[in-house]
Write a protein that binds this ligand. Structure first.
Ligand SMILES: [Zn+2]
Length: 140
């Protein structure tokens, strides 16, 4: 049974994911070097953002929203490599579709299930969600 995505389409979705990831990490590095530049002068080699260790620091410094996005991107990349069901809705199993994946490569739900999920989320009291988010970021 063949996958509805052609290898070329898969490749294209993968490239979109990789470039989104690059963008996020680049933006984070940029904001770190701005912080460094704004603060005390440091020896030029004390921050080497090209090593793996600094990459971890970079990831730690990402803001919550960026962290969330990055984890979605990495989850999608991992699914794409390991899960033969990538590209199918995790809720109902229908094809998510190439145009939707191109526009939203992190999507793991079809449009119908996504809309259903958003309706569910709107029914939850926003205030409680907000409070939970805040306490989570204070006590990770
Ligand atoms: Zn679905």
């Amino acid at each position: 049974m063949g996958h509805y995505l052609t290898p070329e389409q898969r490749k294209e979705v993968e490239e979109i994911l990789e470039s989104k990831k690059d963008q996020l990490l680049r933006a984070a590095r940029q904001s770190i070097s701005e912080q460094v530049n704004a603060g005390e002068p440091l020896p030029a080699d004390s921050i080497d953002i090209s090593t793996d260790e600094s990459l971890q620091v970079t990831e730690l410094r990402l803001r919550d929203r960026e962290k969330y996005l990055l984890s979605k991107i990495e989850k999608a990349l991992l699914r794409m490599k390991t899960d033969p069901e990538f590209g199918y809705c995790t809720e109902c199993g229908v094809e998510i579709g190439y145009p939707r994946l191109k526009a939203r490569p992190m999507a793991d739900l079809c449009i119908d299930c996504k809309e259903e999920q958003e309706r569910e989320e709107k029914r939850l009291p926003d205030r409680r969600q907000e409070e939970e988010r805040n306490s989570r970021s204070f006590f990770p």
